[in-house]
Design a protein around this ligand. Structure first.
Ligand code: FAD
Length: 498
């Protein structure tokens, strides 16, 4: 065991909250280390609906602070990562089971107004009998509302926050579990077990951003009694073959008052989700149940003219929301806002425990964590992430198509779909990844779909990918398009590089 490193801040968990805190903190001049026990974003942060949104339905629960903060983050994050984030239009078909149309219109006007919208188009009313958004729906829907929110590649959002943190000097340890966190000489002794074997790092302050495992870290690694701060709420999604041809999403409200989304996904698919169910098991074992599958198929089939059936399901995924337990009775009513709790102080060693949060509010959450940190460690640099860019995000939010044309001009032998896929994932770093390649042969071994060795090597060297799963399901979504043989070849290729 080595016993050398000393940092200001040690972050437990490489989900969006941990990665955002590490990035913000190192950018302000603190020394930072982060440990993630599996792959980055392998927890909740790759299992979201992937919306950067205010959360229209949270207005109904009077979560005005959250909605306001989340709405105003949409364009901030879009500018930070115009490759990972894109604007979407959502269609809400009206029917008599919903609130009266004028109330919905007023709610959407508030949504438009509260969000400090500059680039996103405003709400409008649709005649679904004429509009293309009405075509895939059952006959009878006449009135609809169309509003704006954004979409994010959740897993890549985490990885690029971690990449930027590392580029600024943070130490990122993946596949490294924090096994013990104990107070020592006014700070913390953090024990790690993982890729580099067993290690000890000393820290002045610890941030516990372990998501669904946040209470386990408190009771396990930190050795405290009975922490019960989070309520685990499972949410599942179905990925089916594309259900319709236009690029809008739908927000459907069901007879039980819950809502689901249908979202165009990875060109050839439609994403349907999500559910809200209290969850008691181990977060790592979370999986969709038959009941959830039936619920999602039934809810989508209530609206779409052609019923959505089990045989259309191509993939499913599930995740656990680590919501702060505010005592709400129904899972869907538990607050989506985040709560930060500080344990200890500068004299004893302080820990900031992070409960809840959303992808959308992760940058703001990190700023709030920094206020707690500054109160203990003293102030260093000023807040800086608003207006910053994530790696590869050096173009304007509305310039994606122009940027794709430029990339296609530089690599004219790449198929258009590949150019757009690479730009979505890597932004301007696509050029770093493609380098001097002049033909497809220069990209090396082929692993199915449009995945070649050059991209895999980039993901291993620059983005901490260690397995085929990391590459196929979190760094990319090519898992949707490759077969078992491709996966086996990829696994052995990555293994041979270790
Ligand atoms: P996680 O991503 O789970 O990260 C915690 C990490 O800590 C894990 O990777 C875990 O491996 C690691 N860890 C735990 N213990 C240890 C240890 N001892 N040592 C080292 N590492 C450890 N938000 C939105 O903004 N928009 C949405 O559309 C949206 N949809 C959602 C849909 C669903 C179904 C769900 C479940 C969530 C959704 N969210 C959405 C919320 C969002 O995904 C979460 O709030 C966010 O991902 C939580 O991130 P986190 O970093 O707290 O947790």
């Amino acid at each position: 065991m080595t016993d050398t490193e000393q940092v200001d801040i040690f972050v437990i968990g490489g989900g969006i909250n941990g990665a955002s805190v590490a990035r913000d903190a190192v950018g302000r001049g603190y020394s930072v280390a982060l440990a993630e026990m599996n792959d980055l974003a392998s927890g909740t942060s790759s299992a979201a609906t992937k919306l950067v949104h205010g959360g229209l339905r949270y207005l109904e629960h009077y979560e005005f602070r959250l909605v306001q903060e989340a709405l105003s983050e949409r364009e901030v994050l879009w500018a930070e990562a115009p490759h990972l984030i894109k604007a979407l239009r959502f269609v809400l078909p009206h029917h008599k089971g919903l609130r009266p149309a004028f109330i919905l219109r007023t709610g959407l006007a508030m949504y438009d107004y509260m969000g400090g919208r500059r680039l996103l188009p405003p709400t409008k009313t649709l005649d679904l009998t004429r509009h293309e958004a009405g075509k895939p729906l059952k006959p009878g829907y006449r009135l609809g509302f169309e509003y704006s929110d954004c979409w994010v590649d959740d897993a890549r959002f985490v990885v690029l926050n971690a990449r930027d943190a590392a580029d600024r000097g943070a130490k990122v340890h993946v596949r490294t579990k924090v096994t013990s966190v104990r107070r020592e000489e006014g700070g913390w002794r953090v024990e790690l077990d993982g890729e580099a074997g067993r290690q000890v790092i000393k820290a002045r302050l610890v941030v516990n951003a372990a998501g669904p495992w946040v209470d386990d870290v408190i009771t396990g690694a930190m050795g405290k009694n009975g922490a019960r701060n989070v309520r685990l709420v499972k949410g599942s999604h179905l990925v089916v073959r594309k259900l319709y041809d236009h690029d809008r999403c739908y927000m459907f409200q069901n007879s039980d008052g819950r809502i689901i989304f249908a979202i165009p996904y990875e060109d050839e698919f439609t994403l349907i989700g999500t559910t809200d169910e209290d969850y008691q098991g181990d977060p790592k074992d979370v999986a969709i149940s038959d009941k959830e599958t039936d619920y999602l198929l039934g809810a989508a089939s209530e609206y779409f003219a052609k019923p959505v059936t089990r045989d259309q399901i191509h993939w499913t995924y599930s995740g656990v929301r680590p919501l702060f337990d505010d005592g709400a009775s129904a899972a869907q009513e538990a607050t989506r806002d985040y709560v930060l709790k500080v344990d200890g102080d500068a004299a004893t060693g302080a820990a900031v425990n992070v409960f809840g949060g959303k992808l959308t509010t992760s940058r703001r959450l990190a700023e709030s964590v920094m206020e707690k940190i500054e109160a203990v460690l003293g102030k260093k640099g000023a807040a800086w992430t608003k207006g910053s860019r994530l790696p590869g995000g050096e173009f304007e939010p509305l310039a994606f198509d122009a940027e794709a044309r430029r990339l296609a001009m530089d690599y004219p032998w790449l198929p258009t779909a590949t150019v757009r896929r690479l730009l979505r994932l890597y932004g301007t770093k696509a050029r770093v990844m493609l380098g001097d390649a002049k033909t497809v042969a220069d990209l090396g071994q082929h692993f199915g779909a449009d995945l070649y060795a050059r991209e895999v090597v980039y993901l291993v060297e620059e983005e901490w990918a260690r397995t085929a799963q990391d590459v196929l399901w979190r760094r990319t979504k090519l898992g949707l398009r490759v077969n078992a043989e491709d996966v086996a070849r990829l696994e052995s290729y990555i293994g041979s590089r270790k």
